[in-house]
Design a protein around this ligand. Sequence first.
Ligand code: GLA
Length: 383
Amino acid sequence: MKATVENFFFDQYNLQPAVIVRSPGRVNIIGEHADYNNGFVLPAAIDKAAYLAVSLRNDNEIHLTALDLNETFSTTVDELKPIGDISWPNYILGAAAQFLKRNISLPGFNAVLASDVPIGAGLSSSAAVECATVFALNHLLQTNIERVEMVTMAQKAEHEYAGVICGIMDQFASMMGKTNQVIKLDCRSLEFEYVPFKLDGIKIVLLNTNVKHSLASSEYNTRRLECIQAVEMIQAYHPAVISLRDATVEMLNQYVLPFNNVVYQRSRFVVDEMERLNQACQFLQEDNIIALGDCMFKTHDGLSRQYEVSCKELDYLVDFVRARKEVIGARMMGGGFGGCTINLVQSDKINTLINSIKSAYEEAMGLPLDYYIATIQNGTDVI
Ligand code: GLA
């Protein structure tokens, strides 16, 4: 991949790129839709990544190429704004814009992007590009911005240029990932710890429904608002509650349930999920993988029935593996409405599982099923 972007960059601009940055996609073991509610999440960076080759220019022109899509886009630093039709330049432009917002002077630049993070699969292909861009520009401009601050810049790029008011998890995982560790991240304080994730004889298998989550951004923003609504209903009586992190089931039962059942279901899922994450971390530390897997199935059920961000294809995949002993845990992952399920599977049974689930899924859903065996890798860096 590195050689591909490097060679392409040379062919296109007749010079070597000044830097090539690799920034990975992510998985999340548990703690879904918890980040923007100030809860904990348990993500990790994976071996699929975006690769961005960049050189600064002497003028203010920005020239971008997405190698895999065979598309180019050009603008200037003075005209930086979100663009309508195609999405990928927004991730780069939005990240670049964050430097201007910090009053850092930004010259034009040339960039070539390639990525093997499948798009729309819930593996944070956009966060990977945002983090790669912030990291590359920070490196070239020698602005010495701390990693965690770069995470928030990448998140802002998603908010301002892609219009998804996402939480911090994806960009944090991409930027901060460490080989064979998951990140236990407190999304309120941004304190975090690395927790070893080496499960003997078990691998992370991602099953891609190939349903692109097109509904995702508007519904995602709606879920966010429903969570805020629940907080406001409680706040009237408990002013100290500023996010669902501070709410209890009793509060939801008393102040939300009698008035708005939809908002109750959404907020109840979030509060239960926060508790489940605590249990799951405990199980992980105790090597109680069966109990951890059970938590994942419960998360799926909540995401499907209470939070209502699943779809029939995701439900099909989780239901299929539920009774199979070789699958320790499974659930839909990420924002929802398509993308991948994450499965913890006994390594020696992966082939058998894939053989049976692939044909069953393709026949039942009329869509191809792709799968990836994910390994946990380091986060964003120069390569
Ligand atoms: C998307 C968002 C994240 C997070 C997840 C759900 O991936 O980008 O911030 O909210 O959905 O957990």
